[in-house]
Ligand binder design. Structure first.
Ligand code: TEU
Ligand code: CA
Length: 550
């Protein structure tokens, strides 16, 4: 079975297409309504069986599968080196690793360094007394003289970032829920213990990690107040009332990043992708330098946009974002995602005029056409939508979007059966519309799933797409056009029309032919111009011509 890449390639992740699985919602193998690791094993052939009948992804990232009270659905970890019984056990995870590797699929786990669960033995010990062994593994502060909070920080999920512990008379810091106390990465014992967590999994054969809120692990040493955010507007999430100057991307956080990278480098092919927030100049720091490398990949969420304001589907805005990132040094491999488990799904996000599904098709060719390591969120490839969930069935503790994050976390829809092929029991969250499912789309050449499959396999076959350089081309309003060139092979131009009108794009030099398009009606005329229907994207290809200038 061949999946396309040379297995031992050190920087395999540069060419890879990643697939992000929310394990609770992928496939339930035992009928308890909760997706599990065996369920993922059962569905691996869908992800990549070595043929173009499968999606063809090269790597998978699982959101947390560790023991957890599930207050934040696994981002409250009570044991970093085990598996939650809802998902299976260590033996199931070992089998998943082996089953992935048999198919040439790499497996990334989610590493949650900033905080653990209040049920973690470290925090339970810290609660015992002020001189408990693990007390300074967390941030404890006395009340201010007036009895008030130690600083003005706001939890990302709302409310103060401090909770008072009566028995020991101090506050502890939690950047998220009170049940998620922040670990003190200024304590070398915490760093050593958390580095050992990485080694534990890497030694078991895991290929790397997505790292949760990497930019929070080191804060201002004095935990200084954050300044007010002048751009805050009513209706934005409460935590954005303050700028996170002293709690996010604090300048010495990059030393913690470099330390994590050194551990990864003990295992030659291990990779990490950071969940980081900031403009390209900040993201650059997480990549580090060639002399002092940071994480190999860091998410650029700008194509999704901030919590309060999703990015409008606008060619100029998209082009600015992509071009700005391209200014970074070449080793800073871009890493774009259009969806994840925290953000409204793209089909619904861009649907104010009812054309969200059309935009999502074009977005597929943008995501897979960019110079980037693309991440696809489960269900994105079948156009899953935000599911409206009755108030009494909502489970997510965070409510900064209208209905929290549950609408983007509903079970994968495998077929139109009552259990959607996901479960034989009652699903932990309600299903979306039954018509959106894998079975219905598998054999339909016009479906979203067929488009994703073709785009992924085409990308694999085209050096220009998976390894070519990037060059933005001048183009008319409403369009974003760029070229991917791979010396001595071919060039591919990716053109995006975000307008509701047809557009014609001039192609340099001629000799272009249509490779793939999101919509019927896209056509190359005379090898030199490309007609794009409203809201469409297309890839066109040219054999490398000797002597063509830069
Ligand atoms: O998210 C970090 C984070 O800051 C998000 O809460 C983000 O602001 C928001 O969800 C975007 O809409 C990570 C995880 O991805 C999230 O699921 C966890 O809840 C959070 O960390 C705490 O671990
Ligand atoms: Ca299950």
């Amino acid at each position: 079975m061949s999946t396309g890449w040379n297995e031992s390639e050190h920087e395999w992740w540069r060419k890879a297409v990643f697939y992000h699985i929310y394990p609770r919602s992928f496939h339930d193998s035992n009928g308890d309504g909760i997706g599990d690791l065996q369920g993922i094993i059962d569905r691996l052939d869908y992800l990549n069986d070595g043929t173009e009948r499968s999606l063809g992804v090269d790597a998978i990232w699982l959101t947390p599968t560790y023991p957890s009270p599930m207050k934040d659905f696994g981002y409250d970890v009570s044991d970093y080196c085990n598996v939650h019984p809802d998902f299976g056990d260590l033996e199931t995870l070992d089998r998943l690793i082996a089953a992935c590797h048999e198919r040439g699929i790499r497996l990334l786990l989610d590493y949650v360094p900033n905080h653990c669960s209040d049920r973690h033995p470290w925090f339970q010990d810290a609660l015992r007394s002020r001189d408990a062994t693990h007390r300074d593994w967390f941030y404890w502060r006395d009340p201010k003289p007036d009895g008030y909070l130690p600083n003005n920080w706001i939890s990302v999920f709302g409310g103060p970032a401090w909770t008072f512990h009566d028995a020991t008379g101090q506050y502890y810091l939690h950047s998220f829920l009170p049940e998620q106390p922040d670990l003190n990465w200024r304590n070398p014992k915490v760093v050593a213990a958390m580095h050992d967590v990485l080694r534990f999994w890497l030694a078991r054969g895991v290929d790397g990690f997505r790292i949760d809120v990497m930019g929070m692990v080191l804060k201002h040493p004095d935990l200084r107040d954050n300044p007010p955010n002048p751009d805050y507007e009513i209706g934005m999430p409460e935590y954005t009332r303050l700028r996170a100057d002293n709690s996010l991307n604090y300048p010495d956080v990059y030393s913690a990043v470099a330390g994590i990278r050194r551990v990864l480098d003990e295992y030659s092919e291990a990779v990490a992708v950071g969940e980081v927030f900031g403009p390209p100049s900040i993201l650059a720091k997480y990549y580090g330098t060639l002399d002092s490398p940071g994480l190999q990949l860091n998410f650029n969420f700008q194509l999704i946009g901030p919590d309060s304001k999703p990015l409008p589907w606008d060619a100029e805005r998209i082009g600015e974002i992509v071009r700005a990132f391209d200014e970074l040094p070449a080793h800073a491999q871009p890493c774009y995602a259009l969806n994840n488990h925290d953000r409204p799904r793209i089909v619904s996000r861009l649907n104010s005029d009812g054309f969200g599904g059309e935009r999502a098709r074009a977005a597929c060719l943008l995501l897979l056409g960019l110079r980037s390591t693309p991440f696809i969120y489960y269900g994105e490839e079948i156009g899953m939508v935000e599911v409206s969930i009755p108030e009494d069935q909502l489970q997510d503790p965070a409510r900064f979007h209208h209905r929290g994050r549950d609408p983007a976390r509903t079970p994968m829809q495998w077929d139109a059966n009552p259990g959607r092929g996901f479960t034989s029991g009652t699903p932990w969250l309600p299903f979306g519309p039954e018509g959106i499912n894998v079975a219905a789309q598998s054999e339909d050449p016009g479906s979203m799933l067929s488009l994703y499959r073709r785009a992924i396999w085409t990308r694999k076959a085209e050096a220009a797409l998976h390894s070519g350089d990037f060059r933005a081309l001048p183009s008319d309003t409403g369009t974003f056009v760029f070229e991917r060139r791979y010396p001595a092979a071919s060039s591919v131009i990716c053109a995006l029309n975000t307008d509701l009108e047809e557009r014609e794009v001039q192609l340099p030099d001629g000799g272009w032919s249509l490779l793939l398009s999101s919509h019927d009606g896209a056509a190359v005329q005379g090898g030199a111009s490309l007609v794009l229907p409203p809201l469409a994207a297309a890839w066109v290809r040219q054999e490398r011509q000797e002597g063509r200038g830069v």
